[in-house]
Design a protein around this ligand. Structure first.
Ligand SMILES: *Cc1c(COP(=O)(O)O)cnc(C)c1O
Length: 391
């Protein structure tokens, strides 16, 4: 088959799954529950800003859904990552291991702490951090002294590792935990994309000492903009709350602050939206799986590409659906992107690998060949709940 015929075939197959519209966005939110009611309640009562009952309710319901002890709502997922690293003692000049294939926020949060992102490779099976490759790498570069991991070559402390569950697909977290134990690394999960995703029946975000979630407009649920710091440790949760709310000591009238805090609070009006969205999350997850299943069936007999599926150890939220272009790349990524976008099927490549960006090109890094290969292989296709009937 000629490439051109193949591309037409793929577009045709995707159109069988998608509604008949001129333009299908990559991901749009669904507001089909109590959103309007709860947001109106904020406006009617005047509780729109940093104090109000929806913030506490959202934190409680979110923690319960995830199966964690505590959740602290914040202004966005990037702020959640920043504070997660900060409360775990990531300091100036520390190195933090970060996958090279992730959204830029994962690395930026490290920089906000004055620390240095050290890029590690991902695996094709999960699209996330490769714990086996990391283990071999640390064997070469790590030096443990008094229970602290140092980079032999830079002399800096390696404090933490921040895996990310790409497009909602959990990484091989059990193996990574073994590596963390061996090398005395703190585990922080970037679970921004994986609300509703499970590893061996446990929700992502409960494996790390602390984890970060995002409720940006394109995520599986949205608060407009928002994020959360999630942990089972009360002391860390209290510290996160304190730091993200200007580190003010409670008092009836005095303004006394005891740390360099941040104004990272989630406003009540955003939390109200979040409460309504959380109520719908179980239904969203069902819809997401239905859509993924339809794509899998539609694309079954096509050679040269396949639909990326969850691994045997995980249950994915299928937040962003993903096509993988097979080697030896008879189809070129950009050809496929062009045809899909020209046909009104909004499609996007994965993020440019972080070590290829000018601010990060001189950072420490391991061999990143899988990241570089996957960059040529991944295309995200429309994934909204609203692509299915009834939404
Ligand atoms: C969305 C996202 C974040 C946080 O994003 P915000 O827009 O700040 O909420 C962090 N990491 C990853 C991988 C993300 O996809």
């Amino acid at each position: 088959m000629m490439n051109e015929e193949k591309l037409t075939l793929i577009v045709g197959k995707l159109k069988e799954v998608l509604p008949k519209k001129d333009f299908i966005p990559l991901h749009e939110p669904s507001f089909v529950g109590n959103e309007w009611k709860y947001v109106k309640d904020c406006i009617d009562t005047g509780w729109v800003s940093s104090v109000g009952r929806y913030v506490e309710l959202f934190e409680k319901n979110l923690a319960e859904f995830i199966g964690a002890k505590r959740a602290v709502a914040v202004v966005n997922g990037t702020a959640a990552l920043h504070i997660a690293l900060k409360i775990l003692g990531v300091r100036e000049n520390d190195e933090v291991l970060v996958p090279a294939l992730t959204f830029i926020a994962t690395a930026n949060a490290v920089v906000y702490c004055g620390a240095i992102p050290h890029f590690v490779d991902v695996e094709e099976r999960t699209l996330g951090l490769d714990p086996y490759k990391l283990n071999e790498y640390l064997y070469e570069i790590a030096d443990i002294k008094n229970g602290v991991c140092y980079n032999k070559f830079t002399g800096r402390r390696i404090r933490a590792v921040v895996p990310m569950h790409t497009f909602g697909h959990p990484i091989d977290i059990e193996t990574l935990i073994e590596v963390c134990n061996e090398y005395h690394l703190v585990l922080v999960e970037d679970a921004a994309e994986s609300l509703g995703s499970y590893y061996k029946g446990k929700h992502t975000g409960v494996f790390g000492t602390v984890s970060a979630f995002s409720f940006n407009g394109n995520k599986i649920i949205t608060t407009g903009g928002g994020g959360a710091i999630v942990t089972n440790d009360d002391r860390l949760a209290d510290l996160a709350k304190h730091l993200t709310s200007t580190a003010k000591i409670p008092h009836r009238w005095e303004y006394v602050h005891d740390m360099h805090g941040y104004n990272y609070r989630m406003p009540n009006i955003n939390a109200a939206l979040g409460c309504a969205q959380l109520e719908k999350l179980p239904e969203f997850l069902t819809k997401k799986r239905e859509l993924a299943k339809k794509y899998i069936e539609a694309l079954r007999d096509i050679t040269g590409i396949h639909f990326f599926e969850e691994t045997h150890f995980s249950k994915s939220n299928y937040w962003l659906n993903t096509l993988i272009i097979e080697e030896p790349f008879e189809l070129k990524r950009d050809e496929l992107l062009k045809v899909l976008n020209d046909s009104g099927i909004m499609s996007r490549p994965v993020w440019r690998p972080l070590h290829q960006l000018k601010m990060y090109k001189d950072n420490p890094m391991m061999d990143l060949s899988m990241t570089e290969k996957l960059y040529q292989k991944i295309i995200n296709i429309p994934s909204s709940m609203s692509l299915l009937e009834g939404f």
